[in-house]
Write a new protein. Structure first.
Length: 297
């Protein structure tokens, strides 16, 4: 008897949703960064174990919209919650209930979906802090279970998986049993480059960068990837490239290594940096970069 469940992973930016998704799947699918809002689109991770196929959606964090891109991210969360069977709310040990979590549990209520509460980052909190966090959040929703975890140290993640499996219902599977994600390979390649950009440059440039994959082709067992990195200012371009191209080279090497690990082939990566002003606020450019509003209207 095959069973399935669609499960959204939700919570404030930076609480560890993408880290949890990767830990659940044991693979690197969602990109992780110290900066909030790295994940722009919902990323789906598929886990097939025995009779159960669990489909996890990693959503961008909820936050106040500032630009149209921000607006788009909030819509994605709302949209995702409308189509799932259950949710995992991730919070950080020690944090207080904010309007974000209040808004999310209101949506769980409206959609009539059960939810797990994962208290993350217990590797850097003491037992008292964890207990207080549980107490605060237990008051806002009747969670199916509350699980203290460290997504980064892979502590408690197996319990999340067991509890999440309880949401599965009898159904044909929606994906082949060896599928890991429904994201196209190009999207994964651009997400890997974006992660390296954000990690390597840390706080030097703001979030206004986009990666467009211009070429993605296989040739004699080698993957050729040509990508353009768009930034908003000339000065950012200089920072991304670095002295004598050193920064871009580092980004390229790290991205190539991850791509080779993920795709399992040798990768030739060609990176270019271009300036495109104010792309974040232009609908035309959003569409150009693969962010479409049409699914939500
Ligand atoms: P998201 O915005 O909710 O998807 O958060 P990410 O998964 O991108 O993680 C944000 C930051 O928190 C990254 O620097 C992670 O390495 C870190 N992080 C995630 N899980 C843990 C954890 O269990 N313990 C600690 N100490 N850090 C974590
Ligand atoms: Mg994320």
């Amino acid at each position: 008897m095959k069973r399935t469940a669609f499960i959204a992973i939700v919570g404030r930016p930076n609480v560890g949703k993408s880290t949890l998704l990767n830990a659940l799947l044991g693979e690197k699918i969602a990109i992780i960064s110290k900066k909030p809002q790295t994940t722009r689109n919902s990323i789906t991770g598929i886990l097939t174990r025995g009779e159960d196929q669990l489909v996890f959606m990693d959503t961008p964090g909820m936050h106040r919209p500032r630009t149209r891109l921000g607006d788009y991210m909030v819509k994605t969360v709302t949209h995702t919650l409308g189509g799932v069977d259950a949710a995992i709310l991730v919070v950080e040990a020690g944090c207080k209930v904010s309007p974000v979590e209040e808004g999310l549990v209101r949506r769980f209520d409206e959609a009539g979906i059960p939810a797990l509460l994962a208290i993350n980052k217990i590797d850097r909190a003491n037992a008292g802090t964890v207990a207080e966090t549980i107490e605060r959040f237990a008051q806002i929703y009747d969670f199916a279970s509350v699980i203290p975890i460290s997504a980064q140290k892979n502590d408690g993640v197996d319990i999340v998986l067991d509890e999440a499996s309880k949401f599965a219902y009898e159904s044909e599977w929606f994906f082949p049993d060896d599928a890991l994600t429904d994201q196209p390979d190009r999207r994964i390649a651009s997400e890997i480059i974006r992660e390296k950009l954000l990690r390597t440059l840390d706080n030097e440039i703001p979030h206004g960068t986009a990666v467009v994959i211009e070429d993605f082709s296989e040739e004699e067992g080698r993957l050729n990837v040509r990508a353009e990195i768009f930034c908003e200012k000339e000065s950012h371009k200089g920072i991304i490239i670095g002295k004598g191209g050193s920064q871009l080279k580092l980004i390229g090497t790290r991205a190539r290594e991850d791509m080779e690990a993920f795709f399992g082939v040798r990768v030739y990566l060609d990176l270019w940096v271009k300036v495109k002003k104010n792309w974040r606020d232009s609908e035309v450019n959003l569409a150009n970069f693969g962010f479409s509003q049409k699914d939500f209207e």
